[in-house]
Design a binder for this molecule. Structure first.
Ligand SMILES: [Mn+2]
Length: 262
């Protein structure tokens, strides 16, 4: 069976209207077998996100998404997003390296809009560059090659032409391989290369970056010879087995803040 529709790589907006009052999250890695993390997300939508006009998800909302026909496995999450959307919030979702196959079926089910990686946005009076972050993990050329392949529309068309079970098996294999590879790789290799972030800062004429992916939440101020920029890194989420790791970034009254979940 061949897939003739518009593939996820071709479904992302590269420009969005200015954000008024956004909240940012990333790397929740939601899955059916992570009930506590899902519950934390539902609580976040009700208690924390409700006061923001825009919810911006910077990749890896899902542990893995094998294509929009995988949606029934995540029905409760899609419903929660749809309810949040119907309450008058805008939802923007960026592809991560685990859910790069989110497409038109996902956006139709939730009211969310897919955004390109990276994407410059105006927030209040600031210009901010948003990214999942893995594009700057350039000390790992193998990973970058792999990433480029999976983001190619032709490759995506081919993958989505496979049966769902095959895609789920493929994704499982990739995750095991990546967990194995990551054990072998040094911490440095798994982080972003600041010089490459700085290049994007110059290209997009921004002073503020928000990204996820590295699971190293922090606020860095980087000073180069000719430039200075702020890099905010989102936390990943994990509430299983008594853990309580997670959080968000918000932009309120001209300031970016880390927000903690109750
Ligand atoms: Mn990631």
């Amino acid at each position: 069976m061949s897939f003739n529709g518009v593939v996820p790589a071709e479904s992302c907006l590269s420009k969005i209207p200015p954000l008024q009052n956004p909240v940012f999250i990333a790397d929740l890695h939601l899955a059916a077998d992570k009930p506590a993390t899902k519950e934390a997300f539902f609580k976040f939508l009700k208690n924390d996100a409700a006061r923001f006009s825009e919810l911006v998800i910077l990749g890896d909302l899902f542990e893995f998404w094998a294509g929009d026909d995988h949606a029934p496995a995540y029905a409760d999450i899609l419903e929660a997003l749809k309810a949040f959307f119907l309450n008058g919030h805008r939802i923007y979702v960026m592809h991560g390296n685990r859910d790069f196959l989110l497409g038109k079926g996902f956006t139709a089910a939730t009211g969310a809009q897919l955004i390109a990686d990276p994407i410059p946005v105006q927030v209040g009076f600031d210009h901010i560059l948003l990214s999942h972050g893995d594009m700057w993990c350039t000390l790992d050329p193998e990973y970058q090659q792999f990433r480029a392949t999976l983001r190619s529309p032709d490759v995506q068309r081919q993958i989505l032409g496979e049966k769902l079970e095959h895609r789920i098996a493929l994704a499982g294999g990739l995750r095991n391989q990546s967990a194995y590879d990551n054990q072998e790789k040094s911490k440095e290799v798994m982080d972003v290369v600041v010089n490459d972030v700085a290049r994007s800062v110059r290209q997009y004429r921004t002073k503020i970056i928000i990204h996820g992916h590295t699971h190293r939440p922090a606020h860095h101020t980087h000073v180069n010879e000719d430039s200075r920029f702020d890099r905010w890194v989102l936390p990943d989420w994990d509430f299983e087995n008594g853990r309580s790791r997670g959080g968000y970034l918000s932009f309120e009254n001209g300031y970016i803040h880390f927000g903690h979940l109750d």
